[in-house]
Design a protein around this ligand. Structure first.
Ligand code: FAD
Length: 392
């Protein structure tokens, strides 16, 4: 039984919903998990937090209620994320809910819904996304991992890289080539599920990120066998599903929350340094403030377009570029303004200031790469405006 048995919160007014979630968060969210002390929860802690949301009736805001979600419209989903940000909740990658679950709901078989959705909802199962390969990132269609049908099983061989949270995940969904003779690279790719990251033939080699956390990994598949029923949607049609998935990811990455948080730290730092009246510092803050407000306005516009169902590919690409580049610029300002403190690891030696400013700078670096690199997004925007770009 997948149905959500909690009270239907989609019928509340936006304000009622906001206050209900806010009150719950204020009494439930543990102080030790508040950022910027913790940017993300990992493994058992993430499972614990997802379980708390589930028990409180606040899990999977965008999923329909008949699949156990909250059944909220986009406006209330935005309120949901605003309230998480307000309390300073650590950001969850939560690929199981936002990418895998949403896709199973749209394209999965009944058996897949029964099997996978409950364990995503209650937090028991953490997922990772195996798309990128060492020679297939922006040019994802050139991926080389293969899945060959052998009786009623697929046998997977190849490697994935930059797989976020792979060291903490129980399962992975991936793209692999199932028709080696397809005429175009985008054809002949399927989306598959490996049910156990520790099964025979799987190797997960952690990679430590700039911020010193072993959050992502290279994942190797050496004759990994999975049931033939572990294909999401249709065999050889994985590209269509992946494209829709990456669109979902881009609006999530387009939220101004990281830029916002960085700006708040910038303000605190300047006042801690006693530079509020210094003209140079004021100019830096004003520039960052305008930048942030541009992003907030654009995000509101994109959300509005999404709510009205008129957001297209270029809209998502634009917000992805704007959010990640603004975050990066404000984190640069933070380091510049910090002067000698900007070079210290951990929080700077300033009385009462406990923010690790270097961590903001470091985690902002890859934001213009993951979820689609800026240069590639700009090409998508240009193509949408001018049509296919002429070859020289
Ligand atoms: C923190 C982080 C987390 C990630 N998590 C995941 C994950 O969970 N799962 C997953 O599958 N992948 C993940 N990725 C991988 C990510 O999707 C790729 O890094 C991204 O698609 C870029 O691919 P690449 O690294 O191979 O770089 P490349 O595609 O080789 O790009 C290198 C540079 O060349 C530029 N470039 C490439 N093509 C063009 C072009 N046509 N025109 C102009 N410039 C171009 C790019 O913009 C970039 O600056 C993650 C990456 C990072 C950094």
């Amino acid at each position: 039984m997948l149905e959500n048995n909690h009270k239907d919160m989609s019928v509340l007014s936006d304000d009622e919903f906001r206050m209900k979630f806010r009150n719950w968060l204020e009494t439930t969210y543990p102080d030790e998990w508040k950022n910027p002390v913790v940017f993300r929860l990992h493994g058992a802690e993430e499972t614990r937090w997802l379980r708390m949301l589930y028990d409180g009736g606040f899990r999977c805001p965008g999923w329909p209620r008949k699949y156990g979600g909250m059944g909220l419209g986009l406006r209330k989903q935005l309120i949901y994320h605003e309230e998480l940000e307000r309390i300073g909740a650590a950001r969850n990658v939560d690929t199981g809910a936002t990418l895998l679950g949403a896709t199973i709901i749209r394209h999965g078989t009944d058996a897949q819904k029964q099997k996978y959705l409950p364990e995503v909802l209650n937090g028991d199962c953490l997922w990772c996304q195996g798309f990128s390969e060492p020679n297939a990132g922006s040019d994802l269609a050139s991926l080389k991992t293969t899945a060959v049908l052998d009786g009623d099983e697929y046998v997977i061989n190849g490697t994935k890289i930059w797989t976020t949270m792979a060291p903490f995940s129980h399962k992975i969904f991936l793209l692999a080539r199932t028709d080696m003779n397809a005429p175009r690279p985008q054809q002949g790719i399927s989306m598959l599920i490996v049910d156990d990251m520790k099964q025979e033939g799987m190797i997960v080699r952690s990679i430590t990120n700039l911020n010193g956390e072993a959050e992502f990994a290279q994942v190797f598949f050496d004759d990994v066998r999975i049931p033939a029923t572990n294909v999401i949607y249709k065999v050889n049609k994985g590209w269509d599903v992946a494209k829709a998935m990456l669109g979902d990811e881009r609006i999530f990455i387009g939220s101004p929350s990281l830029a916002n948080q960085t700006f708040t730290v910038l303000e605190e730092l300047i006042s801690q340094m006693g530079k509020e009246t210094d003209e140079l510092f004021k100019a830096e803050v004003a520039k960052a403030f305008c930048d942030l407000n541009d992003l907030r306005a654009l995000f509101a516009q994109v959300c509005d377009a999404a709510i009205r169902g008129v957001a297209d590919g270029k809209t998502y690409s634009t917000i992805k570029v704007q959010a990640s580049e603004t975050f990066k610029r404000i984190s640069d300002t933070l380091i510049n303004v910090a002067q000698e403190y900007g070079a210290s690891v951990g929080h700077p030696d300033l009385d009462g200031f406990e923010k690790d400013i270097l961590a903001f700078f470091l985690i902002a670096r890859p934001s213009t790469i993951y979820g689609g690199a800026s240069e590639v997004q700009k090409t998508i925007i240009a193509r949408d405006i001018f049509g296919p770009l002429a070859k020289r």
